[in-house]
Design a protein around this ligand. Structure first.
Ligand SMILES: Nc1nc2c(c(=O)[nH]1)N[C@H]1C(S)=C(S)[C@@H](COP(=O)(O)OP(=O)(O)OC[C@H]3O[C@@H](n4cnc5c(=O)[nH]c(N)nc54)[C@H](O)[C@@H]3O)O[C@H]1N2
Ligand SMILES: Nc1nc2c(c(=O)[nH]1)N[C@H]1C(S)=C(S)[C@@H](COP(=O)(O)OP(=O)(O)OC[C@H]3O[C@@H](n4cnc5c(=O)[nH]c(N)nc54)[C@H](O)[C@@H]3O)O[C@H]1N2
Ligand code: SF4
Ligand SMILES: [Mo]
Length: 763
């Protein structure tokens, strides 16, 4: 019995969303017989949602890939062995790199909702490719937000978290945590706020979601008009003198210029443009300003709609100008354990731009929206090869048709996946990864404050087929590219000594000497750690090697806070203690505990202040006044392409049987709109945008704001018919056939997926 787990119950984490609740799985042979919340998990404490109960459908289904595959001249796949796959891919990539340069290769993905260890090792691989490009889904949602954080707090890695569980006034904008979660034990927290008369929940959403139903105040904003609503809210606070000027004077600069703009906002006009009653705007603005513990949280409803980056800024201004920062129940910054994102300079300061479209890098990432244009061109510096890991852009990136066309032009497409995804189906090589229960894994979603947690999970089931964990795949690729020797005898010995006599601290010294002699190896540090320190870690934990370096770095940087979380040890032994706990605890462990005052140590501007003035966004704020509604007669409805529902979970489940309801992923529409369009509830209809058309099942739904329709995210997978495996069926709508790459935010190029003009007609 370990971590209080009974025999045959194995502790791990759910891999379906960023919360990664601790779960326990009971096996019947290889089948997941029962799944329950892990009460010993310090963050989720036994909580889980309905989606986790179905994880057997992730582990076992007809589309798993179990052997490396290579495309034949006739277009079909043949299975090959790993050595052949690795050496051929390494040779082709080396050739492209040496002929056209590293920028001819793009890396896409690197981790999903449950698996970030691949990303940590992919750094060595990307260094070997000399590619500047990481395309990632975070850059189709959060990079606008990260960019704003960079301006406000000094680095794009300064990420904001919210203490909703302690808040007495919480505003949720464009997010439906009842379904999507986004913070731990979401349903519990929502229920607690709902039943407490002294706490207020405000939900801003064009749909009366489950979350909105629990709210004290629901603001059914017009889709795409949050910038107007937010400006009106900020306008009330400033115009009524409700801002926290002591906080602003002490901790920020630039508020005078900001207030100039907000003073001139016409609150009635902006409220009306957002479709919201002025009295409601005033009530909420005053409520937040008066709150002891106020906080705000937003998600895709703001990020994937008009004014995405501006929205993220205005939302932060709400808690900043009311001084709801750096206190319990308010918004705060938090630490990052392993870097999930980085900080990118602006191009003027030497930051990277893509060669074809000139898009700047944000947080070390590039947006999937621009990738087809970077490939499908005669530009001499175009992208010629794409390496995808843990992502399915053929379903999840904007404009599926543009992707299909662009990917067909590539010299090489390699996909690392556990399943035959729509992207894998187009690949030249498919490298089969072990599932997240067959290998050690972790995520870098360490998003909490004041105590931050990290969960390293062991494999809990034997590997099926000839699959490999990604860290091993990357290490083999880097070695096959001839960049690292097969063995590191000196480092291997030093690593053994390190584990046996950590006080002597021999390994870092040996590593330091090695890298001083061979500075070119610095870029491959992750692969070297894996091949040396990784080998002497307990069985099955080799991929924790990078975490050793991270734990030591973290303990060195946040010494006080790591000690406060319960660790002891002098100098480097503190980091060793943290690392040992991470790899042996069998559940999430606390990394560090800050005091609320110490949040200011996480602000990265040299003056320690929050810089409120952002020139680009000031200009966008001023331009709002003259903006007109983008609706047209041809496409009278606004589609939210990608709603989170009870039975969708990105592209992680492929077997349609996992869903208990909404099997067809219905189009939700207000009955009045439906009737106007000549539809009736339950019929098949055609949903058409300027880019494409798909067939959908119509569902009349009173919770939708008139004029607003929605389709779910996470459908559209191809799968073999159970009775007749040669027949390929499709699992609900492929929504990105309706979206386009250029319908996006001007700064971050994040797609306006929640604002797709469409028409719906009976078939
Ligand atoms: N069940 C489930 N949960 C998930 C996922 C999943 O696939 N399924 N995916 C995970 C991932 S990757 C993410 S990023 C999160 C996303 O989590 P959320 O962003 O919370 O989920 P969504 O349903 O995409 O969008 C949230 C809400 O935005 C509203 N909305 C649409 N347009 C507008 C608008 O113009 N203004 C405002 N204010 N609101 C608008 C929608 O009506 C919807 O209720 O969910 C995570 N959790
Ligand atoms: N229209 C529209 N498009 C959207 C959205 C939307 O709301 N509307 N939401 C966007 C958002 S917020 C997100 S986060 C993205 C998500 O889209 P993606 O970034 O494409 O990620 P996932 O859907 O999580 O796909 C993960 C892939 O990883 C594979 N996988 C699972 N486990 C492993 C593993 O251990 N190793 C490897 N190598 N592969 C594994 C799965 O089989 C699957 O093919 O979609 C985006 N696309
Ligand atoms: S909230 Fe649900 S989907 Fe998210 S990690 Fe927990 S159990 Fe999994
Ligand atoms: Mo996401």
């Amino acid at each position: 019995m370990k971590n209080g787990v009974e025999q045959n119950w194995h502790a791990t984490a759910c891999i379906l969303c960023s919360i990664n609740c601790g779960i326990e799985i009971e096996f019947d042979g290889r089948q997941f017989k029962r799944i329950r919340g892990d009460k010993n998990h310090p963050v989720s404490e036994g909580y889980l949602c309905q989606k986790a109960a179905r994880l057997n459908y992730y582990q076992h289904h007809a589309s798993r890939v179990k052997q490396p595959m290579r495309r034949k001249a006739d277009g079909s796949f043949e299975t090959i062995d790993w050595d052949t796959a690795i050496s051929e891919i390494a040779e082709k990539l080396t050739h492209l790199r040496d002929t056209y340069g590293g920028h001819s290769i793009a890396y896409y993905g690197g981790g999903g909702q449950g698996n970030h260890l691949p990303g940590a090792y992919a750094s060595a691989f990307r260094a070997a490719l000399k590619t500047p490009y990481i395309y990632n889904s975070l850059a189709q949602e959060k990079t606008g937000d990260f960019w704003v954080n960079g301006k406000l707090f000094g680095r794009q890695t300064c990420h904001v978290t919210e203490g909703i569980e302690h808040a007495d006034y919480a505003i949720l904008l464009g997010t439906n945590p009842w379904q999507s979660h986004g913070f731990p034990q979401a349903r519990q927290v929502l229920k607690q706020i709902a039943k407490d008369p002294n706490r207020t929940l405000v939900v801003v959403d064009p749909r009366r979601t489950r979350t909105a139903e629990m709210a004290d105040i629901h603001i059914p904003v017009k889709p795409g008009s949050d910038a107007f609503l937010l400006m009106a809210l900020l306008g009330v606070i400033v115009q009524e003198g409700l801002a926290d000027t002591d906080f602003l004077e002490k901790h920020t600069n630039g508020h005078e210029a900001l207030f100039e703009i907000l003073k001139s906002v016409s609150i009635t006009d902006y409220a009306e443009r957002a479709g919201v009653d002025v009295a409601l705007v005033e009530k909420v603005a005053r409520g937040l300003a008066a709150a002891e513990r106020g906080c705000t949280r937003h998600d895709l409803g703001l990020e994937q709609s008009l004014h995405s980056t501006l929205n993220c800024y205005l939302e932060k201004l709400l808690f900043l100008i009311t001084g709801n920062f750096g206190k319990e129940g308010c918004n705060n910054l938090h630490t990052q354990f392993v870097a999930l994102i980085g900080h990118s300079k602006e191009p003027e300061d030497g930051g990277v731009r893509t060669r074809v479209t000139g898009m700047k890098e944000i947080s070390k990432l590039f947006p999937p929206n621009i990738l087809p244009a970077e490939i499908d061109t005669d530009h001499p510096e175009r992208v010629r090869a794409v390496f995808v890991d843990s992502a399915n852009p053929m379903q999840t990136a904007a404009d599926t048709q543009a992707y299909r066309k662009a990917f067909a032009k590539l010299d090489l497409l390699v996909v690392v996946d556990v399943a035959m995804s729509e992207t894998a189906a187009l690949a030249d090589y498919i490298l089969p990864a072990s599932t997240q229960f067959e290998k050690a894994e972790a995520t870098f979603f360490t998003l909490s404050f004041p105590t931050n947690y990290f969960h390293f999970r062991d494999a809990i089931i034997e590997r099926e087929g000839d699959t490999l964990p990604e860290p091993e795949i990357y290490q083999r690729l880097v070695s096959a590219m001839g960049l690292l020797p097969k063995r590191f005898p000196l480092l291997e010995t030093a690593a053994k000594m390190q584990r046996r006599y950590p006080k002597l601290d021999l390994f870092p010294k040996a590593l330091g000497i090695t890298l001083a002699l061979r500075p070119q190896w610095k870029n491959y540090a992750a692969a070297i750690l894996y091949k040396t320190l990784g080998k002497v870690l307990p069985e099955g934990k080799q991929s924790a090697a990078v975490l050793w370096a991270t734990a030591r770095f973290y303990a060195n940087r946040y010494t006080k806070q790591v000690r406060r979380a319960g660790y002891s040890g002098k100098k480097h032994m503190l980091g060793e203690a943290l690392f040992d706990n991470i790899i042996t605890a069998g559940t999430a462990v606390p990394l560090s505990t800050h005091t609320y005052e110490e949040v200011w140590e996480l602000v990265r501007h040299k003056d320690g202040k929050i810089h409120l003035e952002i020139a680009e966004l000031f200009a966008e704020m001023k331009a709002l006044q003259s903006e007109s509604t983008p609706l047209t007669e041809a496409f009278p409805l606004i589609l939210a392409a990608g709603e989170r529902r009870s039975y969708n979970a990105n592209q992680i489940y492929r077997d349609p049987d996992w869903r208990r309801n909404d099997k067809e992923g219905a189009l939700r529409i207000h009955p009045a709109d439906g009737e106007k369009a000549g539809l009736s509830d339950g019929i098949l209809a055609r949903c058409e945008s300027k880019t494409g058309a798909i067939e959908v099942r119509v569902q009349f739904d009173e919770s939708m704001l008139p004029g607003y329709v929605s389709l779910p995210h996470g459908y559209g997978q191809q799968y073999p018919d159970a009775e007749n495996p040669d027949t390929i069926l499709q699992n609900g709508p492929s929504i990105n056939l309706l979206t386009t790459g250029d319908h996006c935010d001007p700064i971050a190029k994040t797609p306006y997926h929640k604002f797709v003009p469409v028409r719906v007609q009976a078939i």
